[in-house]
Design a protein around this ligand. Structure first.
Ligand SMILES: [Ca+2]
Ligand SMILES: [Ca+2]
Length: 201
């Protein structure tokens, strides 16, 4: 957009210079002069239109940025690593209830995507409390899926977890388990725990 404005500006100046070089004052045709004026007027209008479009674009971007910032602040999310999370250390909900709270905040139960992200989140948790994350094998009782993405989740199991591998297939939802240094544990989904939400990308 800015390049177009610059190009038109240069063309306009070049056109005027060309006119002077040909000595427009001595032009014999009135029609030719009118044509030049119309062309200049048209270029001038085009430049104004481009300026208006630029201003509209910038205003829209500013508004969008302000809304995004406000949305994050209201919901109480904080930036941890490169993403936004909300850590609920007061309320306890079962896995579905926790998921509902996150959805009401326009997010999902969180699914950490890397060991670095999980480590950063751990630093924010209240000692001794377990936290739901948005991972379960409720779909096929085999694959642990991120609720946010619908894709197989990043997993970092505590020792002897998941219980499914060791014969207990009733533990379908995943928590960060305080007693296991916040590594992951599958547990029954109706357990009431604190929870972590993430904002959608
Ligand atoms: Ca299971
Ligand atoms: Ca387990």
């Amino acid at each position: 957009m800015f390049k177009t404005a610059l190009l038109l500006s240069i063309l306009s100046a070049a056109y005027q210079q060309g006119c002077l070089a040909r000595d427009c004052d001595t032009a014999t045709s009135n029609a030719s002069s009118e044509f030049v004026l119309h062309q200049q007027s048209l270029i001038s209008l085009q430049l104004k239109l481009i300026t208006l479009q630029e201003n509209l674009f910038l205003a829209g971007k500013t508004l969008k940025d302000a809304e995004e910032t406000r949305r994050k602040q209201i919901a109480g999310f904080e930036k941890i690593g490169s993403r936004y999370f909300y850590i609920e250390s007061h309320l306890k909900r079962n896995w579905w209830g926790a998921s509902d709270v996150c959805r009401q905040k326009d997010g999902f139960l969180a699914a950490p995507r890397s060991s670095e992200e999980l480590s950063a989140i751990k630093l924010k948790l209240t000692s001794g409390q377990n936290y739901w994350v948005g991972i379960s094998d409720l779909g096929d009782n085999v694959t642990y899926v991120s609720q946010a993405t619908g894709q197989p989740a990043f997993l970092m199991w505590a020792t002897w977890e998941p219980s499914r591998v060791f014969g207990n297939k009733d533990e379908d939802c995943v928590e960060l388990m305080a007693q296991r240094n916040y590594f992951m544990n599958d547990i029954k989904c109706n357990t009431r725990s604190h929870f972590i939400c993430e904002l959608s990308d």
